[in-house]
Design a protein around this ligand. Sequence first.
Ligand code: FES
Ligand code: FES
Length: 155
Amino acid sequence: MMLELLLNGRRLREPVEPHVTLLRFLRDQAGASEVKYGCGEGVCGACTVFLDAVAVNACSVLAVQAEGARVETVSAFAGDGSLHPLQQELIERGAVQCGFCTPGVVLGSIEAVRLGLAGDRMTIRRSLAGNLCRCTGYGKIVEAVEAYRDGEGAA
Ligand code: FES
Ligand code: FES
């Protein structure tokens, strides 16, 4: 099938097999290696992308379901040589260790703040339930999301 979508503002038109996941399409055909392959079954959140502005696990969506959609990876949120404010907060607080979970954490937390689901530490932790991090223990991530919420995210 021929698939057309907008990836980080760039129009793509690519042939794709009907069974291919959006994750596989993004990584293998579109060169979006910032979208991580963790569990492959909708558990870890490493593959989080925005599909028409809604965070989804790209491993659990078929590429053809993104036909005509706007897909954004974490790369859409950092400018040339600059980081998104949440990325900056994560780095300053030591909330990035191996970094494998970080793209998903960033997108999931941007959405949580946008939807008002980051009002206190408990709700931030709940909003992170779909983003597994094996390194940090989450404490520093929660602090970074709080700081982002209180800064740029509150705007
Ligand atoms: S790779 Fe998609 S949720 Fe884990
Ligand atoms: S920083 Fe390593 S998995 Fe989160």
